[in-house]
Structures are given as structure tokens and as C-alpha cells.
Design a protein around this ligand. Structure first.
Ligand SMILES: NC(=O)c1ccc[n+]([C@@H]2O[C@H](COP(=O)([O-])OP(=O)(O)OC[C@H]3O[C@@H](n4cnc5c(N)ncnc54)[C@H](OP(=O)(O)O)[C@@H]3O)[C@@H](O)[C@H]2O)c1
Length: 247
């Protein structure tokens, strides 16, 4: 892992992934919409790791045709590109029937279609260079829907299925995909994240994800306890219990 591009690097898990990759000696391209935050992080990392390269690029993943040229530009800036992390995402509470389908569309456009466009652009480069690694950040919500965030849950279920499927396709091109399923991680994703059960820091989550990627794991639940078990028993959990947990 020498040259990494990360979407959603302006906060939370993406920022922590950037720090973890830098700590491990990689040059890193930071991508998101908030350029000021990317620049501040890049400046800090340049000071800490003067022998590595850190670039920033303002990018909205819903502009899907921008993904391929952006990753090509990153490849030129860093001198190579061997790892891409499709992490950008957002959530939104939208009680079904509230009459706001645009909100659900935005969640789907970022989490599912934006994630797919990121992976597609990465695969194009990696096929040409003879291999590479992709980390896709999905969610435990792929297996256990969150009432009030149905579009989020659906977008993550779709992204997980997409990542598992393209992982099969791309293996023969020496392109490895790791799909990460975080439980609760303390970030800006939603207010009050720190109050959720079994919440961990973004730094810890990023460490687990990068380790899994480097070990060639296809899938990782973050952290394993209790989410690996929750994931397994999810189809058996009564709806009333889920409703109570997210009330
Ligand atoms: N935190 C959790 O408990 C948790 C659990 C499961 C899964 N996840 C997943 O982890 C990923 C990172 O989320 P987080 O928790 O770190 O939340 P966060 O702190 O809110 O970070 C989200 C990142 O996504 C970027 N982003 C949002 N919309 C974008 C767009 N249209 N184009 C480009 N970038 C965009 C944001 O940057 P800009 O606003 O600057 O563009 C930001 O850097 C998401 O996919 C989320 O679904 C998080």
C-alpha cells in the first residue's frame, strides 16, 4: 500500500483512514467536497510525514463521470495508485410517507451510485496496471435495517451486494476487494453517535479496516464484537426489538 485515494476524507472514518495509511508509509490523495478540511488535514500530514505525498481534490461522488478523471489525476500526482477506498457516505432520517423522496435519492446517489462509480473508476486503473486493492465502506445496516433510515439501509445492502459481486469478477485481474461493515463509530455521520451502544473511535475503526484490507480479507465487521454475531442473527431478530433499539 504505497499510493492511496480515499473518498470522504474530510471527516470521520475517511480522515482516520488517511491518518492510518500515512502512518503506514503511504502517500495519500484526500477527496471530498469540503476542500478547506482536506487542505488542513493534508498540511498536517505533510508536516508529520515529509517524505510522503499528500494531495487534495474537491470531489462530489454524485458527479459520477468525474470519478475516472479524478482518480487518473491522483495517479499522476502520486506517481501511482494501488489502493482506493470508497468511503464517502451520508445518512438521513426520512420517515416513510413524509413526502420527501429527494432525501432518499441523495442518500442513494452518494452511498450506492457514488460508491459504485468510485469502484468502477478504480477497477479501470487497476486492470491496466495489473492489480490493486479496494476498500468499500458499507455498514451493518446492510444486514439489519434501521427504521427511519430505510434508504440508508437499502443503499448499504445494495453496496455490499455490489462489492461482493465485483470482487468475484475482478479477482482474476489481481484486484482485491474488502467490504467493511462498521457498527457504530463516533463521527459526524449523525448527531449523538457517542451515545450508541458498542461505539468505537474512528481511529480504531480505521485500523481494523486497513488491517483487514492488507490481510486480503473479503469482508470485515467493525468491530467484530458484537456486530459479527448481530449480523448472523439479524434475520431472526423480531421487528419489535429493532424498533425499540432505534426509537
Ligand atoms: N459512523 C458510523 O457509525 C458508520 C457506521 C456504518 C457505516 N458508516 C459509513 O462510513 C462512511 C464514512 O462516514 P463517517 O461515519 O465517517 O461520517 P462523516 O464524518 O459524516 O463522513 C462522511 C464523509 O463523506 C463525505 N461525503 C458526503 N457526501 C459526499 C459527496 N456527495 N461527495 C463526496 N464526499 C461526500 C463527507 O465529505 P464532504 O461533506 O466534505 O463532501 C465526509 O468526508 C459512510 O459511508 C458511512 O455510511 C459509518
Amino acid at each position: 500500500m504505497k499510493a492511496v485515494a480515499i473518498t470522504g476524507a474530510s471527516s470521520g472514518i475517511g480522515e482516520a483512514l488517511a491518518r492510518e495509511c500515512a502512518r503506514r508509509g503511504a502517500s495519500v490523495a484526500l477527496l471530498a467536497r469540503r476542500a478547506d478540511r482536506l487542505e488542513a488535514l493534508a498540511g498536517e500530514l505533510r508536516q508529520q510525514y515529509p517524505d510522503q505525498r499528500f494531495s487534495t481534490r474537491s470531489l462530489d461522488v454524485t458527479e459520477r463521470t468525474a470519478l475516472a478523471p479524478a482518480l487518473e489525476a491522483v495517479r499522476a500526482e502520486l506517481g501511482d495508485l494501488d489502493t482506493v477506498m470508497a468511503n464517502a457516505g451520508l445518512t438521513a432520517v426520512n420517515r416513510t410517507g413524509a413526502g420527501d423522496p429527494a432525501r432518499d435519492e441523495q442518500v442513494t446517489a452518494v452511498n450506492l451510485l457514488g460508491g459504485m462509480a468510485t469502484v468502477d473508476a478504480a477497477a479501470r486503473i487497476f486492470r491496466e496496471r495489473g492489480g490493486g486493492r479496494i476498500l468499500g465502506v458499507s455498514s451493518i445496516a446492510a444486514f439489519l435495517g434501521i427504521p427511519g433510515s430505510a434508504a440508508y439501509s437499502a443503499s448499504k445492502a445494495g453496496f455490499t451486494r455490489y462489492l461482493h459481486t465485483v470482487g468475484m469478477e475482478l479477482g482474476k485481474h489481481n484486484i482485491h476487494i474488502t467490504t467493511a461493515h462498521p457498527g457504530f463509530i463516533k463521527t459526524e455521520l449523525a448527531p449523538g453517535m457517542e451515545k450508541y451502544p458498542f461505539v468505537i473511535s474512528a481511529d480504531k475503526g480505521a485500523r481494523i479496516m486497513v488491517q483487514a484490507l492488507l490481510r486480503g480479507k473479503k469482508d470485515v465487521t467493525v468491530p467484530a464484537w458484537p456486530w459479527a454475531l448481530v449480523r448472523r442473527v439479524a434475520p431472526l431478530v423480531p421487528d419489535a426489538l429493532v424498533m425499540r433499539a432505534f426509537r
